[in-house]
Design a protein around this ligand. Structure first.
Ligand SMILES: [Zn+2]
Length: 285
C-alpha cells in the first residue's frame, strides 16, 4: 500500500495538472483542442496515456523501467543502495520513508481497532491522510478527488453506527452530518475573517474539505481537538522554521499535514483524549 501511495503522490498531481490544462484550453478555444486530438496519431495518444497504472514505473533520470524485483518496498531501495540500477542516479529516500511510514501507521491502526470492520475503514482513512500529507507538502494542494470521497465515505459509514465501545469511528449519523457541515463552515469562516482582516489567504479550500471529512468520520465532537492539535503543532513548527532558517513569515507553510496528523491522532485516541480532558477539568460532572 505504501508503494501504491508513492505512485498516487507522484502521479496524481501530474494527472490533475494535465486535466486542468486540457479543460482550460477547451474553455479558451472550444473545438480546437478536440480537432487536434482527432488529428493526432495513435502513438501520440498512447504517449499521452498517464494514470496510476500506465506507464510502468521508471527512473525519472534515465527513463529505465523499474523491474519487478527492483520494486519491492523498502528492500529494493536498500539493495540498490538508494541508486538507480541503470544510471546510478540517487533515488529519493522519500520513497522508502513513505513505504515504511505507511506500514507503521497501518500496524498501529490494526493494533488499536483489532479484528473488526472498523479496522479496514480506519486503514482507508489513514492511507488517504498519508497521500494528502505528502501531496500538500509538495504542491500546497489537497486534491478534491481524495478529500471529497473521503467525506462521503465518512457520512455513509455513520449509517453502520451502533452503541458500543468508545472508538473514534463510526459515529452516529447526527454527529457525522453536523460534523461535516461544521468542519467545512468553521474553517471557511476563519479563512474569510482572516482574509478580510489581513488581505491574505491563511489556508486553502482543500483544508476545509479535509476538516469536513474529519467531521463526517469522527463527528463534530472531535473537531475542537483536531483544530487545537493541528494549530499547536503548526505554530510550533512554524516558529522553529522562522527561528532556525530565518524563513520569511509570509512564505506559506501548508496546513494540510498538521491537520492530517491531528486527524490521525483523533482517529487513534480521540475519545480518550477528550474524555480525559473533560474528566481532568471536572466538566464531565
Ligand atoms: Zn536511472
Amino acid at each position: 500500500m505504501g508503494s501504491f501511495l508513492n505512485v498516487v503522490i507522484h502521479r496524481l498531481p501530474v494527472m490533475l495538472d494535465r486535466q486542468w490544462r486540457a479543460q482550460a484550453e477547451e474553455m479558451l478555444a472550444p473545438g480546437e483542442a478536440g480537432a487536434a486530438s482527432r488529428n493526432s496519431t495513435g502513438t501520440a495518444a498512447r504517449e499521452q496515456r498517464y494514470n496510476l497504472v500506465v506507464p510502468r514505473s521508471a527512473c525519472p533520470h534515465c527513463g529505465a523501467e523499474i523491474k519487478a524485483h527492483q520494486n519491492i518496498p523498502v528492500l529494493s531501495y536498500l539493495l540498490l543502495g538508494g541508486k538507480c540500477a541503470n544510471c546510478k542516479a540517487r533515488i529519493s529516500p522519500r520513497y522508502p520513508i513513505v513505504e515504511l511510514g505507511t506500514a507503521v501507521l497501518s500496524a498501529a491502526v490494526v493494533w488499536r481497532y483489532g479484528w473488526e470492520w472498523q479496522s479496514a475503514a480506519a486503514l482507508v482513512f489513514t492511507w488517504a491522510l498519508v497521500a494528502l500529507t505528502v501531496i500538500d507538502l509538495d504542491h500546497q494542494v489537497l486534491p478534491d478527488i481524495i478529500t471529497l470521497p473521503l467525506m462521503w465515505l465518512g457520512l455513509l459509514l455513520s449509517l453502520a453506527w451502533q452503541p458500543g465501545p468508545a472508538l473514534s469511528i463510526p459515529v452516529d449519523p447526527w454527529s457525522a452530518i453536523i460534523g461535516a457541515a461544521a468542519g467545512y463552515l468553521s474553517l471557511w469562516l476563519v479563512y474569510w475573517s482572516f482574509k478580510l482582516l489581513t488581505g491574505k489567504k491563511g489556508m486553502g479550500y482543500g483544508d476545509f474539505k479535509l476538516f469536513a471529512a474529519f467531521g463526517a468520520w469522527m463527528g463534530w465532537q472531535m473537531l475542537p481537538l483536531v483544530i487545537l492539535l493541528s494549530a499547536f503543532t503548526g505554530a510550533v513548527v512554524g516558529i522553529v522554521l522562522i527561528a532556525l532558517r530565518g524563513r520569511d513569515r509570509n512564505i506559506p507553510i501548508p496546513f494540510g499535514p498538521y491537520l492530517a496528523a491531528a486527524g490521525w491522532i483523533a482517529l487513534m485516541w480521540g475519545p480518550q483524549i477528550v474524555g480525559g480532558y473533560l474528566h481532568f477539568s471536572g466538566l464531565d460532572r
